[in-house]
Write a protein that binds this ligand. Structure first.
Ligand code: 13P
Length: 338
């Protein structure tokens, strides 16, 4: 249990966050396509190398979540990525779920989705551990309005608990991510309600399964308005609703709470995180664990051009600097232009 405790403490250390770079090949390809980058294994490697080798990245990152392919890749001069990250004091994690499945094929995603990946999980985790992973991630999704009685919510909570249990038996820290999706016209108040329901049911399932909460990190959405809502809530309201939801749903002894950006713009996610941090202290440490809010402008700048690598890395470092400033409650929108 000693190592797992150290991993939680390292991941949740103050002033750093976790980069989510665990986009599946399908998702990475979709993002490449949007900026005209050819969808090849080598381009995915190059892009991740750009991120991980940005100079000084270790000042801002405690960990990076990788995808299966990336965990097995390395830098141009042949150092495996987990080893490279370890040399900088950054922990490597691995996404182990295998994506979403519609509960009822005739209704599509609206009919609820469950996350696949329990089959063979223990063997995969054992291998990932030998490849250098010390923590893992499993993402489930819920739509605003899905509640305690929804069969997909219940099934997802059960699977998250099973996954967390297997991780802990191997000394791997599980990040449990019941994401409440931003899609829709709902209010921030509605998201707050959905956050409470989906987080509480997962916490309950973990306890019932005997998972040690202090060795679990929750990855959560913020209580934002739906992407297409007419009047979207401002940072103060989002922060108050988010913190209230977390305090209501989560036991005090969870190992930490990290935030996904979930389709917010980089400025919005950073501003909301900043407003959340200003409401500290909380019973648990909080940190950012963004993918898109750190990467979107970086990928756009790079767009597959080697000569843009340094410019893109500078943009990545800027986003990290701002996220870390937000973690201390010291971000302001004016800092975007520096
Ligand atoms: P976003 O920050 O883009 O939501 O990604 C975080 C993540 O890990 C999604 O599973």
């Amino acid at each position: 249990m000693k190592n797992i405790h150290k991993t939680v403490t390292a991941l949740m250390q103050q002033g750093k966050g976790i980069l989510a770079a665990d986009e599946s090949n399908k998702t990475a390809n979709k993002r490449f396509d949007a900026v005209g980058v050819e969808q090849t294994e080598e381009n995915r490697r190059k892009y991740r190398e750009l991120l991980f080798t940005a100079p000084g990245v270790e000042q801002y990152l405690s960990g990076v979540i990788l995808y299966d392919e990336t965990l097995r890749q390395g830098t141009e001069d042949g150092m495996p990525f987990p080893e490279y990250l370890a040399s900088k004091g950054v922990l490597a994690g691995i996404k182990v779920d295998q994506g979403l499945e519609d509960v009822s094929p005739d209704k599509g995603p609206e009919g609820g989705q469950v996350t696949r990946g329990l089959e063979g999980l223990e063997d995969r985790l054992k291998e990932y551990k030998t490849l250098g992973a010390s923590f893992a991630k499993w993402r489930a999704v819920a739509r605003v309005g899905d509640g305690y009685a929804d069969p997909a919510i219940i099934e997802n909570a059960k699977r998250l608990a099973e996954y967390a249990c297997v991780c802990q038996s191997l000394d791997i820290v599980p990040i449990v991510e019941p994401e409440v999706l931003i899609d829709g016209v709902h209010s921030a108040e509605d998201t707050e309600g959905s956050l409470i329901e989906s987080l509480a049911i997962v916490a309950d399932a973990l306890v019932k399964k005997g998972v040690k909460l202090s060795h679990v990190i929750f990855k959560t959405s913020m209580a934002v308005s739906g992407k297409d809502a007419e009047n979207r809530a401002g940072a103060q309201e989002v922060a108050e609703r988010t913190v209230r939801a977390l305090k209501t749903a989560l036991p005090d002894d969870v190992g930490g709470v990290v935030f996904l950006s979930g389709g917010q713009t980089p400025e919005e996610a950073t501003g909301n995180f900043n407003a959340i941090a200003r409401l500290e202290p909380f019973p648990w440490e909080v940190a950012f664990s963004f993918s898109r809010a750190l990467q979107e402008p970086v990928l756009e700048l790079w767009a597959g051009h080697d000569e843009k690598k340094e410019l893109a890395q500078a943009e990545f470092l800027k986003r990290l600097t701002l996220a870390v400033a937000a973690d201390a409650g010291g971000y302001s929108p004016g800092m975007e232009s520096i």
